[in-house]
Ligand binder design. Structure first.
Ligand SMILES: [Zn+2]
Length: 113
């Protein structure tokens, strides 16, 4: 299950960050998740809750922000939001497009006690 592996990765980051900052309890986790990752937020929350039992992040509130897909055209440099995975520049129709955002899978910040 895709989300379980991601939840484990997030838990690892959270525990490492907490240890580095001598945090005793993590009460909230703010996540940035790119649309491109196709992560199902509810499944991710469920997976994280299961994996974090007994850890200092047990019971932490998870707040997920979905980051939309944004591409930039390599020909005319126009930035545009990518709709329905159509990676064509709306300005010049170039197919040479770099993804600017939408692949994120990151812990934005932690709320701690
Ligand atoms: Zn263009």
């Amino acid at each position: 299950m895709h989300e379980m592996a991601i939840a484990q990765g997030i838990l690892d980051i959270v525990l490492k960050t907490a240890a580095e900052n001598q945090v005793a309890k993590v009460t909230g986790i703010k996540l940035l998740i790119g649309q491109m990752t196709q992560v199902e937020p509810e499944s991710l929350k469920f997976g994280f809750a299961a994996l974090s039992i007994g850890s200092i992040a047990d019971g932490a509130n998870i707040d997920i922000t979905i980051v939309p897909l944004v591409g930039q055209c390599n020909s005319c440099r126009q930035e545009f939001s990518v709709e329905r995975y159509c990676f064509l520049c709306p300005n010049c129709s170039s197919a040479s497009v770099t993804l600017v955002s939408g692949r994120e899978l990151a812990v934005d910040y932690l709320e701690v006690e």
